[in-house]
Design a protein around this ligand. Structure first.
Ligand code: M6R
Length: 618
């Protein structure tokens, strides 16, 4: 939550910062602001609302922005204080010396605010951030104007989660950042340096980046970077190279990032499989730093994740239990550590997160490690906190996901979790090599099948437009179709702002069927009629039950499954595939459905209200 950019170099800082904010706007869009440091002065501009408001204000500013080559910028997802101009970042100290931007929550801000009041400093905003600006400015003269040292002294006094980035009017050759429990990466260019919440902000200028660790302060200048811990001791850092380029974070001819990301799914699935399957069918998971011997000792798996990633974990539970016979629990990360879960050194915790920064998931994995569990991250973002704090990581190679609603992340998280399940089955001997090979073959066929679905979604768009005025939509499924139903409902809630709920189809008769009234759309995920046909037959009965009560049914069913046709008001076809593979095709029409409905309602699909892409507060 919140996007942060800092720049020092040889280019016009305003342009670099605004272009960085444009790429980070998906992290929060309640307000935006910039501060430039030049010739002993700070120039700031900030505005409530989207970045476009700030850009308009900058264009009309009097005096106009100076030609500074050092600056910081922020896009906000509001926590303390409403989304107003006054609460927008940067916040400037009362002496005008220091401008600061922040992502996170400073938990002891009330007490610090009182301390500042006693010093006669009146705060102008309702934010927790502003205290940090005044505290850094108060420290500066006490440490000979050393901004990094002032930042360290202040950070030692702060509780909570924070990334802070500051500039000092009198030292326009330096930008200082600090992080605890919130993301911050460094970009290293030729004669220029960057700080940002994620690499997308500076990818057009450099792909050389540095991961920062927990409780570190970084001072960036044109010529280089210096990192210490909060006590001033030199800190070890991990350089990395970003393996995608700026075009991956552009719309590439699509009207919406979400449409582009839906279309990228065949490639994302293929990339997540690539290089991990040997010719003889054995799996090689390079970053699996947990040894086969340790994996053979595992007697329980707990998946922790949030939102869409949680639904991917629910799908994975069916597959991993089936293949390995290890019990799998799937937990909402935000609930996990508060219920005294039974975790021990033979528990494998799988933390699934696209961003690698979701605070609820991070806190769950830290708790699990404290209890002695081994933690494996499934993550899409190299250099992020969750993989760094895990024992092992399996990256999904989905490329940057910019639309707030997850699409390609979901499919690749399922694929990665399946690879973990098959790897466990392989090292523990639960399955013969040829059985694992056969499932891997099925997985390798999925990119082409997802492509087929993409070719046939026009009909889904039409249905979505027809149903756009419905007050409510229900989704039902069984087995892996149940988490798909939950995911379909989540997409509709977050994009179309309408009531939508997913149910296990068998649960309807235990209560929710009372919701059905004449004309209510019910989306039904029908499993393959082959193999587990009991499952199929049961859901065919459920479609009839809702239809008998007036529901308008939208049935997602395999090509060639004619048994559902009499009960379908609308039918959406997906290619035949084994039950466990079906989520990879049946989710796609639901993504398109939500996207089209939101478009029909005139909503901002890529940046839905009240949300942010990366949720870095609890
Ligand atoms: O970055 P993460 O995968 O940890 O994010 C978890 C959820 O916030 C996320 O999946 C969210 O539910 C989706 N953006 C919804 O589409």
């Amino acid at each position: 939550m919140c996007g942060i950019v800092g720049y020092v170099g040889h280019r016009p800082a305003l342009d670099v910062v605004i272009s960085g904010l444009r790429r980070l706007e998906y992290r929060g869009y309640d307000s935006a602001g910039v501060a430039l440091a030049i010739d002993g002065e700070l120039w700031t501009e900030k505005r409530a609302g989207k970045l476009a408001n700030l850009e308009a204000a900058v264009a009309e500013a009097a005096p106009p922005p100076p030609p500074a080559t050092t600056g910081i910028g922020h896009t906000r997802w509001a926590t303390h204080g409403g989304p107003t101009d006054r609460n927008a970042h940067p916040h400037v100290s009362s002496d005008g010396a220091v401008a600061i931007i922040h992502n996170g929550i400073i938990e002891n801000f009330a007490e610090l605010r009182e301390e500042l009041a006693r010093e006669g400093i009146e705060l102008l905003s309702e934010t927790d951030t502003e205290v940090a600006a005044h505290l850094v400015a108060l420290e500066l003269p006490r440490c000979a104007g050393d901004l990094a040292e002032a930042m360290r002294r202040v950070c030692r006094r702060l509780n909570g989660a924070f990334t802070l980035v500051a500039v000092d009017a009198s030292r326009p050759d330096v930008v200082v950042g600090a992080r605890r429990n919130s993301p911050l990466v460094v970009g290293v260019g030729e004669g220029e340096s960057f700080l940002a919440s994620d690499v997308a902000a500076f990818i057009e200028f450099t792909r050389d980046a540095i991961e920062l660790g927990q409780d570190q302060v970084v001072e960036v200048r044109r010529e280089g970077v210096e990192v210490t811990d909060f006590d001033g001791n030199p800190a070890e850092v991990t350089p990395f190279t970003v393996d995608w380029d700026a075009s991956a974070a552009e719309k590439g001819g699509y009207d919406l990032f979400m449409l582009k990301e839906i279309a990228e799914q065949p490639k994302a699935v293929a990339d997540t499989l690539r290089g991990r399957i040997e010719r003889d069918g054995t799996l090689r998971l390079d970053d699996m730093r947990i040894t086969p011997a340790e994996l053979r000792e595992i007697d329980k798996i707990v998946v922790v994740a949030c939102g869409t990633a949680y639904h991917a974990g629910m799908v994975a539970k069916y597959a991993i239990e089936h293949w390995t016979r290890i019990p799998v629990e799937c937990e909402l990360a935000s609930e996990f550590r508060y219920r005294d879960p039974i975790i021990h050194p033979r528990t494998l915790v799988i933390a699934i997160s696209q961003s690698g920064e979701t605070m609820d998931t991070l806190m769950a994995l830290r708790y699990a490690r404290e209890q002695g569990a081994r933690v494996l991250a499934i993550c899409n973002t190299v250099g992020s906190t969750i993989p760094r704090e895990s024992d092992a990581v399996l990256y999904t190679y989905a490329g940057p996901e910019i639309a707030v609603a997850s699409t390609k992340a979901f499919l690749t998280q399922i694929v990665a979790a399946y690879l973990v399940g098959l790897y466990l089955a392989q090292v523990r001997g639960n399955k013969f090599g040829d059985e694992v090979r056969q499932i891997l073959d099925e997985l390798e066929e999925m990119p082409a099948k997802v492509d087929l679905v993409l070719d046939t979604v026009e009909g889904v768009r039409k249905i979505a437009r027809e149903l756009a005025d419905s007050p409510s939509v229900l989704f039902i499924g069984r087995h892996v179709g149940y988490p798909v139903a939950l995911e379909g409902a989540l997409k509709l809630k977050e994009l179309a702002y309408m009531h939508a709920e997913g149910f296990a189809a068998g649960e309807l008769k235990h209560g929710p069927i009372a919701l059905i009234e004449e004309g209510m759309p019910v989306v039904v995920i029908v499993p393959s009629p082959r193999g587990r046909s009991v499952l199929h037959d049961k859901i065919v009965s459920n479609v009839q039950e809702v239809r008998a009560r007036g529901a308008r049914t939208i049935v997602v069913a395999e090509e060639g499954d004619e048994s559902v046709v009499p009960y379908a008001d609308h039918i959406v076809r997906v290619p035949p595939c084994p039950t466990l593979m079906q989520p990879l095709v049946s989710t796609v029409p639901l993504q398109v459905f939500a996207c089209e409905m939101a478009t029909a309602k005139g909503h901002d699909v890529d940046q839905p209200r009240n949300l942010a892409k990366s949720v870095t507060v609890e």
